[in-house]
Design a protein around this ligand. Structure first.
Ligand SMILES: Cc1cc2nc3c(=O)[nH]c(=O)nc-3n(C[C@H](O)[C@H](O)[C@H](O)COP(=O)(O)OP(=O)(O)OC[C@H]3O[C@@H](n4cnc5c(N)ncnc54)[C@H](O)[C@@H]3O)c2cc1C
Length: 336
């Protein structure tokens, strides 16, 4: 019998799971997908390897909880963090109004020196290599069994059952509560479970060759592009009016942050540019419901409008250097 069954091997489940394994608890992580990381998983396209979500890790205040976590897991020499340029970490750029300046910085921003996948895998290995602990992939829980107000086991879509003394939920709490029956929770908690989902994201992953991004104003920093100085208006247009023809977006260049340490990100001399903007989940979910053609049309429309802006204002001939290009919509990012 496990001390803890943790549902979901996202960053949350991996963090709590590896900490519990480290102090001798018998832990079993059950994950619906075939690899760890959840939203922060990595994927390969040709010779390029991308992290699906993380552009930076930020630490606010004096307590460096990330250092503390890595020390507790004895991973401080394994997962080294590169600090992004403290004097110009976030650059605001509004080319239409010829504005480019460094934003005041209250937080420190970091990125792992090795690929983000290494960070995720190191935590998963901590659990897998501890006696009595395991991570079970391709294990989607679908039923919760309760007796006397306490969960005693969960069962999976393929008919397996996992029992434990304690259960920790890293999947969406709203979905889990529906599976379990919301009446099992106190009223005050049921109210908390009525939360609205946050805005979603549209991501672009570019693998490039024959170009040095440092020659185009990129470095160990993040460039926040806005089509207009009034960022609220821009955000509103994207969210409320679902206008993604000329969105704001963030550009990050992970291969410039950790180039010296890691060659698993892209081939030598190649580079990666990742771009993300926010948008509403329903926009893409509706297009998907209408069929593959509507969805692909919308996906390509947003992709091309972003690439056009990058090519116009930041990297002329961008498309000539592209070796890999892929985009993730809100429905791609959605986890289970
Ligand atoms: C596009 C994008 C960009 C982002 N950029 C950044 C950034 O730059 N910096 C940053 O710090 N954060 C960033 N984030 C946020 C960050 O990625 C997330 O906050 C974090 O990864 C969430 O981790 P989690 O463990 O809470 O949840 P998740 O990653 O959602 O993990 C939940 C896990 O539960 C599993 N699961 C769900 N249902 C079941 C089930 N029934 N049975 C078994 N398993 C199940 C899922 O497969 C998943 O692996 C970004 C997120 C997105 C989407």
């Amino acid at each position: 019998m496990y001390d803890f069954i943790i549902i979901g091997a996202g960053m949350g489940g991996l963090t709590v799971g590896s900490l519990l394994a480290q102090v001798g608890k018998k832990v079993c992580l059950v994950e619906a997908l075939k690899k760890p990381g959840g939203c922060a998983h990595s994927f390969k396209k040709g010779d390029f390897s991308f992290c699906a979500s993380v552009h930076y890790l930020h630490i606010e205040g004096k307590e460096n909880y990330l250092d503390e976590l890595l020390k507790k897991l004895n991973l401080e020499n394994e997962i080294l963090l590169e600090r992004l340029d403290p004097s110009a970490c976030d650059v605001f750029s509004c080319p239409s109004q010829k504005l480019r300046f460094t934003l005041p910085n209250k937080t420190e921003k970091f990125y792992p020196k090795k690929h983000f996948r290494h960070f995720v895998q190191s935590m998963a290995h901590r659990i897998e290599h501890t006696a009595g602990c395991c991570v079970s992939y391709k294990t989607q829980i679908s039923k919760v069994h309760i007796s006397r107000g306490k969960i005693h086991s969960i069962s999976t879509t393929d008919g397996r059952e996992f029992s434990g003394k304690n259960f920790i939920v890293n999947m969406d709490a709203q979905k889990f509560s529906k599976m379990m029956g919301p009446h099992h929770f106190p009223k005050s908690f049921q109210e908390k479970l009525q939360y609205h989902y946050s805005t979603s994201a549209y991501s672009v992953y570019l693998g490039m060759e024959g170009i040095n991004l440092s020659d185009y104003g990129f470095g160990k920093n993040l460039v926040w592009h806005s089509p207009h100085f009034d960022v609220r208006k821009v955000f509103h247009r994207g969210q409320k009016e679902c206008d993604l023809k000329n969105p704001w977006f963030l550009m990050s260049t992970p291969s410039l942050y950790s180039a010296s340490e890691d060659d698993s990100m892209c081939p030598k001399g190649a580079c990666i540019l990742q771009i993300v903007t926010t948008c509403r989940y329903e926009l893409f979910a509706n297009a998907l419901r209408q069929g593959e053609d509507s969805y692909s049309h919308l996906k390509n429309l947003v992709l091309n409008s972003i690439l056009d802006v990058v090519e116009t204002f930041y990297i002329p001939n961008l498309r000539k250097h592209l070796k890999q290009i892929t985009a993730g919509t809100p429905t791609t990012h959605a986890r289970q």
